[in-house]
Design a protein around this ligand. Structure first.
Ligand SMILES: NC(=O)c1ccc[n+]([C@@H]2O[C@H](COP(=O)([O-])OP(=O)(O)OC[C@H]3O[C@@H](n4cnc5c(N)ncnc54)[C@H](OP(=O)(O)O)[C@@H]3O)[C@@H](O)[C@H]2O)c1
Length: 261
């Protein structure tokens, strides 16, 4: 599969790294076009993908991803429209431009989709939500799915869930990072060195997450399994609740969702 991608910034580079390190996509099968600051050229020094300045070169790929900032998505689409000789599927990873707007720009029949990946795609442990349009054929769907499944889990979602998906999966890692850093601070406060603390925290968080996925139990049930009557863990849970942990968590998501209104 030959993949084309516009933009090798935070998200574009994370996707490129994930594809290459999977060994399922060869670097030479990835065609990249960057912007004005040479970000893509710098990345190419470590990952030998094909780099181009020519939009016409994207006629050689099977699928085109747009990993540019939201205001640049439609200008890039208009540029592509002038140069593409056939209907190569275009997948935008921007949360800000709905598929309906891309469809208007490209024509109702053009195969477009909107994907929301998150940064763990760079280690093939991401999760990507994808919205397809009716113009995507089953074969194109399969190809898009395959390319994204290399990067982690893929979930087909509806257009009305794109913002909450992006908030949970895309912004969520930052909240977990803050939580992990705070746990690390607490460990340092009690005499553990920071390096060991982050190793313990990262393994604890990924273990708890994997247990939730694999056991299919309710998170509350898993929490109940750790909190014995009168024990230490419930004291910690009470301290979290006293400090509004649950409300703070819900508010973090809610405040982002408010910003979309
Ligand atoms: N970051 C996330 O966690 C995340 C999650 C989900 C979705 N997204 C989406 O991913 C998109 C990119 O976000 P980002 O955080 O990766 O932004 P970013 O780091 O600023 O990367 C955007 C890249 O686009 C390049 N670019 C600008 N104009 C271009 C053009 N005309 N042709 C080709 N490339 C061009 C820029 O290149 P230069 O640096 O060389 O100018 C830059 O490296 C956004 O739409 C965002 O909504 C991000």
């Amino acid at each position: 599969m030959k993949i084309g991608i516009f933009g090798a910034g935070h998200m574009g580079s994370a996707m490129i790294k994930g594809w290459v390190q999977s060994n399922e996509i060869k670097p030479e099968d990835i065609l990249v076009k960057g912007g004005r600051s040479n970000t893509a050229a710098k990345l190419q020094k470590t990952i030998p993908f094909k780099l181009t300045d020519s939009v016409a070169d994207f006629n050689q790929v099977d699928i085109i991803f747009l990993a540019v900032k939201t205001p640049i998505i439609l200008p890039v689409i208009h540029e592509l429209k002038n140069f593409l000789k056939s209907s190569i599927p275009i997948v935008s990873v921007s949360a800000g431009v709905p598929v309906s707007e891309m469809q208007v720009a490209l024509g109702e029949e053009y195969p477009v989709a909107q994907a929301i990946p998150n940064t763990p795609v760079q280690i093939n442990q991401g999760i990507t939500g994808i919205v397809y349009t009716d113009s995507i054929t089953d074969a194109q769907k399969e190809m898009i799915h395959q390319s994204l499944a290399i990067l982690g889990m893929v979930k087909e979602i509806t257009a009305d869930n794109i913002n909450i998906f992006g908030t949970l999966a895309g912004c969520g890692p930052a909240f977990v990072d803050v939580f992990m850093e705070a746990l690390g601070d607490a460990a340092v406060l009690h005499g553990m060195n920071r390096e060991l603390a982050y190793e313990v925290v990262a393994n604890m968080v990924s273990g708890a997450a994997n247990l939730l996925s694999e056991s299919k139990k309710h998170p509350g049930e898993l929490k109940d399994g750790v909190t014995s009557p009168g024990g230490t863990t419930i004291k910690g849970v009470v301290a979290l609740e006293k400090n509004g942990f649950r409300y703070a968590t819900i508010s973090s998501i809610d405040s982002i969702m408010d910003s979309y209104k």
